[in-house]
Design a protein around this ligand. Sequence first.
Ligand SMILES: [Zn+2]
Length: 141
Amino acid sequence: MDDTIAKRGGPIARAAQLKAAGLRTTRPRLALADLLFAKGDRHVTADQLYSEAQAAGLSISQATIYNTLNQFQEAGLLREVQVDPSRSYFDTNTSEHHHFYVEAEGRLMDIEKHAISINRLPESPEGFCVAGVDIVIRLTK
Ligand SMILES: [Zn+2]
């Protein structure tokens, strides 16, 4: 199934999406997947998702939210973007891309992968290779 269609589809596509990622379809996972993926590409913190779940009348604990976000991330459904040591966003767009970060608003905006060119990287330490480069450009007014 096309990845993008599965992400934006209804409950059946949602269940298929979890299954394809190797996750058991539990009710909290389905409900959270719906909150996360029904609105297209977005960046949410665990706290924001918790508020959205409460607003939607779901009784899901904060611990379940954290666990589910981490499981989704490990399964490749989400990408974590850490903007500082105390603040992590979960990105529903798992393609390779970079971000603008508006610090005052706590808002992330996507930058297309090809909009940034990196001319030189330091040589990786012995025994390591570069797995990826994530750039966060911090914005202020
Ligand atoms: Zn993003």
